[in-house]
Design a protein around this ligand. Structure first.
Ligand SMILES: Cc1cc2nc3c(=O)[nH]c(=O)nc-3n(C[C@H](O)[C@H](O)[C@H](O)COP(=O)(O)OP(=O)(O)OC[C@H]3O[C@@H](n4cnc5c(N)ncnc54)[C@H](O)[C@@H]3O)c2cc1C
Length: 477
């Protein structure tokens, strides 16, 4: 089988790359190879069963058409026209410039609207009240980033990506579902294609099938970051040591977060508090939301969160993430994160762990019966009460506790002892894949877009990176 272009992964970056190729009238023969299922076949049994059953062969939360986007909260982060930098979503602007990135966001946002995104924007009104929160944060050495957000909600994300999937299939894009790319075909530093197997045999040693193309795009997301790192090592694809974001999911009552939820929907706070001065930030805030879990290879169980447009809980959840950089002699951030996750999972008998903030201060684990009587009820029912501090490193834990104390000065009640911490929440990025101005790696014909290679960190930017690559590819032909 021979194609002009193979895309590994069917997440938002890949979907928008194909959308734009169609819009540009491309005559390329394009194949997406996706490990998971079609969007409409993706279901997470946790809602019915109350616990994660580690679906085989792949987790429906992280794999399948639209990748991590299908079950995401669907918050599309935009930008403020007056800002002279891009503060959210990764590093796309470092390759194509701030102005071009803003144009791309406008364009991509319009496409999302065409496919049914909500026209309402969060965080654009009440400027005076928001500026008061910013001032309060500043006094606590915390920066508040306020940008407009378009919130799709989980159920709408699912439906929207379903429409995009159909649009691509109806316009000549081929998608091979439930197929895993296990290897690349690279000769004399030029890509020639990929080697695949049925996802059913993902952990088994079976004969691989070759599919050929002289252009291959790696759009593997965080799910594929570990595989991508291995490919980089085997084929000498140039990378630079990246960072890893390690932390927890924090859950607290809506009543504490009311002002932030109402004015901003998502408060993006960043600080370097305490003696380590590591960058700590809030991420992916879900008002009235639900904490969720997702499974990566080797059954690594991570925590995440999302919210629906219709179904509501009494809690808000958000991630508190610490960025760690390693350089010498250890330069394997993914391995570090996986070891932390494995230890935490082992303590939770394979599950996510939940602990009350007050118990961390009291120096004890949380017990299940204490959780039952706790004023904040966990929305992730499969989480096991335990002790996160056994597995998160001293540095990460100290950073998180300092940050919670700091934010308590901005949001009264943020450090209440009944608030819950879930772990592990880890954002895996491959060691940043080195790409040129046209997103081509050090291997000729091999491109990298989206979260997996470390360029982006979110739906909007991952989608934009796909649109931009389509334009580069058409320009060059
Ligand atoms: C629960 C949850 C909530 C989120 N909420 C938000 C939010 O509100 N706002 C926001 O901006 N971002 C959010 N995100 C993050 C967002 O979903 C990602 O940033 C975005 O999906 C990245 O797009 P991508 O195309 O780079 O990769 P992904 O969406 O991860 O897609 C990669 C695809 O590649 C496939 N793949 C990987 N390796 C292989 C292989 N070897 N062979 C074949 N296929 C492969 C995977 O199956 C996957 O489908 C959330 C994520 C989760 C999990």
């Amino acid at each position: 089988m021979t194609y002009d272009l193979i895309i590994v992964g069917g997440g938002p970056s890949s979907a928008f790359l194909c959308y734009e190729l169609i819009k540009l009238g491309s005559n390329k023969k394009v194949l997406i190879i996706e490990q998971g299922k079609r969007v409409e076949e993706r279901n997470c049994p946790i809602e019915k069963l109350g616990q994660c059953v580690k679906c085989k062969p792949t987790c429906c939360i992280t794999t399948g058409f639209s990748g991590a986007g299908a079950f995401s909260d669907g918050k599309l982060s935009l930008y403020n026209p007056e800002d002279d930098d891009i503060y959210v979503g990764g590093n796309l602007h470092k390759y194509i410039g701030v102005d071009k990135t803003k144009e791309l966001i406008d364009y991509t946002d319009k496409v999302y609207l065409e496919f049914g995104a909500d026209t309402k924007l969060e965080g654009t009104k009440n400027k005076e009240e928001i500026s008061k929160i910013r001032e309060k944060a500043k006094k606590a050495d915390i920066t508040l980033i306020n940008i407009p957000i378009r919130h799709l909600g989980t159920e709408k994300s699912h439906a929207l990506y379903c429409k995009i999937q159909d649009y691509l299939l109806n316009n000549g894009i081929e998608i091979m579902f439930q197929t895993t790319v296990s290897d690349l075909i690279i000769e004399n530093n030029e890509v020639k294609g990929v080697k695949v197997k049925d996802s059913m045999y993902v952990d088994k040693d079976v004969e691989l099938r070759s599919i050929y193309a002289n252009k291959v795009v790696l759009a593997v997301g965080r799910k594929g970051a570990n595989w991508l790192s291995k490919m980089c090592d085997i084929y000498g694809i140039a990378t630079k040591t990246g960072c890893i974001d390690i932390g927890i999911r924090y859950e607290l009552p809506n009543s504490i977060m009311r002002e932030i939820n109402k004015l901003l929907y998502e408060g993006k706070f960043i600080a370097r508090l305490g003696h380590f001065k590591d960058k700590v930030r809030t991420f992916c805030q879900n008002p009235s939301g639900f904490v969720s879990s997702e499974v990566y290879d080797e059954n690594i169980n991570l925590v995440n969160g999302h919210s629906y447009k219709s179904k509501k809980s009494e809690n808000t959840n958000l991630a508190i993430l610490v960025s760690h950089n390693f350089n010498y002699p250890f330069d394997k951030p993914i391995e570090y994160g996986r070891n932390i996750a494995k230890n935490l999972n082992a303590l939770g008998n394979g599950n996510v762990i939940v602990q009350r903030l007050g118990d961390i201060y009291r120096g004890k684990r949380t017990w299940n019966d204490e959780l039952q009587n706790n004023s904040v009820k966990p929305t992730l029912k499969s989480a096991v009460a335990g002790d996160i501090t056994y597995a998160l490193g001293y540095r990460t834990m100290t950073d998180i506790l300092e940050f919670i104390r700091g934010l308590d000065k901005v949001i009264e009640g943020f450090a209440n002892p009944d608030n819950l911490l879930y772990g592990p929440e880890i954002k895996f990025y491959c060691n940043s894949v080195l790409i040129n101005q046209k997103f081509e790696t050090s291997v000729m014909g091999l491109y990298s877009i989206g979260d997996g290679g470390g360029m982006t960190r979110g739906l909007m930017m991952a989608s934009c990176s796909g649109v931009q690559l389509a334009r580069f590819l058409e320009e060059d032909d």
